[in-house]
Ligand binder design. Sequence first.
Ligand code: HEM
Length: 358
Amino acid sequence: MSISQPIRYSSDLESIRDDEKETIAGLNEQFDVIMQKTAEDYGHAVRSVHAKAHGIIEAAMTVAAGLPPELAQGMFATPGAHKVFLRLSTNAGDILPDAISLPRGLAMKVLDVEGPRLPDAEGSTQDFIMVNGPVFQAPNAKKFLSSLKLLAKTTDRMEGTKTVLSSVLQTVNKGLEAVGVASPTIQSLGGAPNSDPLGETYFSVTPFRYGDYVAKFKLKPISPDLTQRTDTLIDATVRENAIRETVQAEMQETNGVWEFQVQLCRNLEDQPIEDPTVEWKEEDAPFVTVAKVTAMPQDSWSDVNVQKVDEEMRFSVWTGLDAHRPLGNINRARRDPYRHSAEFRARFNGCPFHEPSH
Ligand code: HEM
């Protein structure tokens, strides 16, 4: 079967729902409940979801030269290297012991990107935010909000490994639904594979403007040091921060190379903009590499980078170029809550966030 031509971007590809404003206010309200509880418990404010970081990695993104016109768009129209920060996380709003296995997140900040910026996007960075699965569980923000309400009610005081496992699992189950990655395995026993984040493939899940076109993104490990970790499990039964410790030990001698790929939207029925529960099938819309991300061996939990990235930076799909505008109901609903959550942290911790350069 031949592959269709990519759909051209236009603002009427999006359809705004009547409930969006009200839903966003509701999201902020629930995130406040979660953050207030965790901040009081820890004496320090953490992100309202993806609170626990497992690694902060410095890397470089090299945009390929000679890309065909449909791929040479936005920041990918200019070949060359950019500094990058990666933050590896799991999706709960609590800092849970790693024995509770959760889906993985990867936030990436690409520095010194040129071009007109999205409204309110400070600095000169382009953020990409991904998880290790191709779809989101909630079809729209309103549904996401109803799960979040359950989570906010059950956000518990956590006391590390002393926490009673059943109460943790309860929180996790609710948490998973709220962040949209329900897993029957985890929900039954908390037994999802505790995979090594260095071997995982990450997806944007939601679509973005890609200059003249529309795309979803993917970050795929390709160097043997990374691919040998794919499907390897971390034993976190006795170590609360086993993932962080494993990543740190491995990154001491890992040459990491990932391909950054884009999947252009080619048919609005099979690759919808508004519903991220629908996977864009690769047979109809292939992923193509536009850049490489490389990381040298390093300390992935250095005090300096933890302070700089985990504490003083915020990641948001709305921090970036207008040419990579987030699209669809879920993405529109992320704009205000990401800032709201980061501002809560900044206020509570007395530590403003910064957009880095160089
Ligand atoms: C309506 C939908 C969503 C809402 C309201 C939401 C909300 C949030 C908030 C408030 C934060 C914390 C921001 C901060 O404190 O700096 C966050 C972080 C995050 N979200 Fe979402 N999110 C949504 C959808 C998604 C989707 C579809 C993905 C999948 C790619 C995702 C992946 C992540 C990741 C990986 C982080 C951690 C970012 C970091 O490392 O700083 N979220 N989200």
